[in-house]
Design a protein. Structure first.
Length: 398
């Protein structure tokens, strides 16, 4: 029988989705599962953007320009200007979700064997895109005790080799919710200039910052040729299924290189670009209520977690995720046990083991990621389940 590729064999499974079969089996038993494992908001997709697709007068659903519809890219210029980022539509390329933006960026900037440094814990799919590109991820550990702040620049310096080509950050961070400060980003700016590195910045959650200042990589002076922003409408407008993102860079050579990859896949989704374009027209106050709602959810969840015996959860500065340290022996075992064996009033909760967000083996075994994407009633019930589960778990530890 023909063998699959080495790349295919090495491709990591999603730590976020690997427990889905257990959840499905649990639901077939009539048990309610509260999904805190994945960043799928329950906030309604804005009706106006859905209506734009329904009312579109389209006789033929054609290919768009490989870089995306010019009308959409021009509207995004206004969107980015509104958040303090000055770019032209020739510096914006529409992608099939933020995932394709990451993939195109890696393929255009990095050669097989190159290394990228990423503060861990990090978005697990960076591993998958790095594997597909033949790139090695070099993790630098951030710590729950200080809320997962950026590790010292000296730690980065120690990891830089002749193969290092880029640093990757997610700001605000998935999975930790940490919001990088201007001082931290300035330190990264100096590091990238000193060692001539790309700075990839995943900014999918910029609208959801709670009390701190959001600073984009594209606002850092001197990084015009270094900074690459990966973006998406998925979380911003609760439109994960639209699969529309963008890669934004002022580096003209890089943009033209990415365009060749975009041409090879022909064009991004047509109907979803209509949706994305309509989203730019939403009133400026649109984000007020979703942001306030996430803040209420964050405050409820973090307070409940820190009130549980043996649990510690730092207060996230942005996005809608948190990592909590639990009194358990193994987060993978615990999360599977929640689905297979634990029941509380015919309910249970689904979490993501934090092990899958670390690149260093052995880390995250006492940590889980929680996405506060459920309404307050369901979130409170999920916390009831988790509190009882921690009491009952046979592998409970100090």
């Amino acid at each position: 029988m023909p063998k699959i590729s080495n790349r295919g064999a090495e491709m990591p499974a999603s730590p976020i989705r690997k427990l889905v079969p257990f959840a499905e089996a649990t639901k077939r038993e009539g048990v309610k599962v509260y999904h805190l494992n994945i960043g799928q908001p329950d906030i309604e997709t804005p009706p106006a953007v859905m209506d734009a697709v329904r009312k579109a007068d389209i006789k033929v659903l054609e290919y768009s320009h490989s870089a995306g519809n010019e009308s959409y890219r021009k509207k995004l210029v206004d969107y980015y200007r509104g958040v303090g980022i000055e770019v032209t539509h020739h510096e914006i390329m529409i992608t099939t979700g933020g995932s394709e933006a990451i993939q195109f960026g890696f393929l255009a900037c990095l050669n097989p064997g190159d290394e990228v440094i990423i503060p861990e814990p990090f978005y697990a799919n960076y591993n998958g895109f790095a594997c597909a590109a033949g790139v090695r991820v070099v993790p630098i550990t951030s710590h729950i005790q200080d809320g997962f702040a950026l590790p010292p620049i000296a730690d980065f310096e120690q990891k830089i080799t002749a193969n290092t080509k880029a640093i990757v950050i997610c700001n605000p961070n998935n999975p930790t919710g940490y919001l990088y400060s201007r001082a931290e980003l300035e330190a990264l700016r100096q590091l990238c200039i000193k060692h001539d590195l790309y700075l990839f910045s995943d900014e999918a959650y910029r609208e959801f910052c709670y009390g701190g200042e959001f600073v984009s990589a594209l606002q850092l002076e001197g990084l015009e040729q270094h900074a690459i922003v990966m973006d998406t409408i998925s979380k911003r407008y609760s439109a994960c299924g639209a699969r529309i993102g963008a890669i934004v860079t002022r580096n003209k050579e890089l943009y033209q290189t990415v365009l060749k990859f975009a041409q090879a896949r022909l064009s991004p989704p047509g109907l979803a670009q209509i949706l994305g374009e309509a989203a730019v027209d939403l009133p400026s106050h649109y984000f007020d209520e979703p942001k306030a709602e996430y803040l209420r959810r964050r405050d409820l969840m973090v307070a409940r977690l820190n009130a549980m015996d043996g649990v510690f959860c730092p207060n996230p500065g942005g996005a809608f995720y948190a990592i909590a340290q639990l009194p358990i022996d193994d987060s993978d075992r615990f999360c599977q046990w929640l689905l297979e064996e634990f029941r509380h009033e015919k309910q249970t909760v689904m979490l993501a083991p934090a092990t899958g967000f670390y690149g260093t083996a052995g880390l995250g075994k006492k940590e889980v990621r929680l996405a506060y994407v459920l309404n307050l009633t369901d979130l409170s019930a999920a916390m009831d389940c988790l509190e009882e589960a921690i009491r009952q778990y046979p592998g409970r530890s100090a």
